[in-house]
Design a protein around this ligand. Structure first.
Ligand code: 5AD
Ligand code: FES
Length: 366
């Protein structure tokens, strides 16, 4: 890196302004911002916050997260619900239980329901489509998001036709060797990307993302993540710190840091301004004010848990996850207070993305 480029505070600000103006970043600029001092980071975060505010105001969108199965056929080395984890206490919610979650959530002002689960063969396409259409029938004004992993294009199409609006599938890393390091042989980056492009082509609002500080991550792999975000133009990007889970192969690895997550949230906001950017539960887990500070770095979405209290501890992707002992209503009012404390407002709204992709005039079905 040419250190002379970034010698003074003025130059550091120019760097941030340049990234903001170009909506893009070089590898050297990324490295600089990951190592920059407090003054520069404060400026970076302030610019990111301002960018978010110019597009979304001070509204924070909420999504009700329903973690409906922790069975998973995959064996990702970082994840607590990987199939080899014999200690995981497995559960599945019934359709009735899920609809009850939606009912509670609707009453609390949620207008998006996110169904997330491991890749569980029990939930066939027919079952998923029936669930989606039942939710859309009861709550026509609400958005349904699925986060159930890698499927065929045909399956994705069927869910979309049943009424699903959005799909979250973190790419995890855009670097081939890093992907290999995080996943067993049978999973491939190529298929992951195929899924994301298929989802987009079908018309979903799509979310990709990655863990900050996952084992093996470097400036170069992160830079590839940012390049991938620029190429895919997702409507959402989910990032949170990697947090080790005690029954996984990565149990002894270091967690990602709070500070680095905040820097990356801000960078993503600047290079892809209209993206929906959640301040994640993982961020709230590694720092008591994590979700507030995430919003102050440009995030504009929070995803409180709507799962029944009895199963929450079992959806243990990582250790010490917050909110596992709380009821949906508690999380909702807790987050409202937290957001108000920093001058933001949780809104009752579907919270669609304002990302407009090249060659498209609207985001998914309007
Ligand atoms: N720490 C943080 N995030 C994790 N995820 C899975 N395991 C962990 C962990 N140990 C994230 C992955 C996945 C999302 C559902 O949760 O990025 O895509
Ligand atoms: Fe769950 Fe605060 S958001 S208790």
């Amino acid at each position: 890196m040419k250190t002379t480029l970034f010698q003074t505070q003025d130059a550091a600000r120019d760097t941030v302004d340049g990234i903001s103006a170009r909506q893009d970043i070089t590898r050297d600029e990324l490295e600089f911002l990951l190592n920059a001092g407090k003054e520069t980071v404060d400026y970076l975060r302030q610019q990111a916050r301002q960018t978010a505010e110019s597009i979304y105001g001070r509204a924070i969108y909420v999504r009700g997260l329903i973690e409906f199965t922790n069975y998973c056929k995959n064996d990702c080395y970082y994840c607590g619900i990987r199939r080899s984890n014999r200690c995981a206490d497995r559960y599945r919610l019934s359709k009735e239980e899920m609809l009850a979650c939606c009912e509670t959530g609707y009453g609390l002002g949620f207008r998006t329901f996110v169904f997330q689960g491991g890749e569980d063969g029990y939930f066939t396409d027919d079952i998923i489509c029936d669930l989606v259409s039942s939710v859309k029938e009861r709550y026509p004004g609400c958005a349904v998001t699925l986060s159930i992993g890698e499927k065929s294009k045909e399956s994705y199409r069927r869910y979309y036709e049943a009424g699903a609006d959005r799909y979250l599938l973190r790419h995890e890393t855009a670097d081939e060797a890093h992907y290999r390091y995080l996943h067993p042989q049978e999973l491939s980056l190529k298929n992951r990307m195929r899924c994301l492009y298929d989802l987009k082509e079908i018309g979903y609002q799509v979310g990709c993302g990655f863990m900050v500080g996952s084992p093996g991550q470097t400036v170069d792999t992160l830079y590839k993540d940012l390049r991938f975000i620029k190429e895919l133009e997702p409507h959402m990007v989910g990032i949170g710190p990697f947090i080790p889970q005690h029954d996984t192969p990565f149990a002894d690895r270091d967690a990602g840091t709070f500070d680095r997550t905040l820097r990356l949230l801000a960078v993503i906001r600047l290079i892809h301004p209209a993206v929906l950017l959640p301040s994640t539960t993982a961020l709230g887990t590694i720092h008591p004010r994590g979700r507030e500070e995430g919003v102050l770095s440009g995030a504009n979405v929070v995803m409180p848990n709507l799962s029944p209290a009895g199963v929450r501890k079992k959806y243990a992707l990582y250790d010490n996850k917050i909110c596992t002992g709380d009821e949906a209503a508690e999380c909702r009012s807790c987050l409202q207070r937290r957001m108000e404390s920093i001058g933001y407002e949780v809104v009752t709204d579907r919270g669609d993305s304002k990302v407009v992709c090249r060659g498209r005039t609207r985001a998914g079905r309007g």
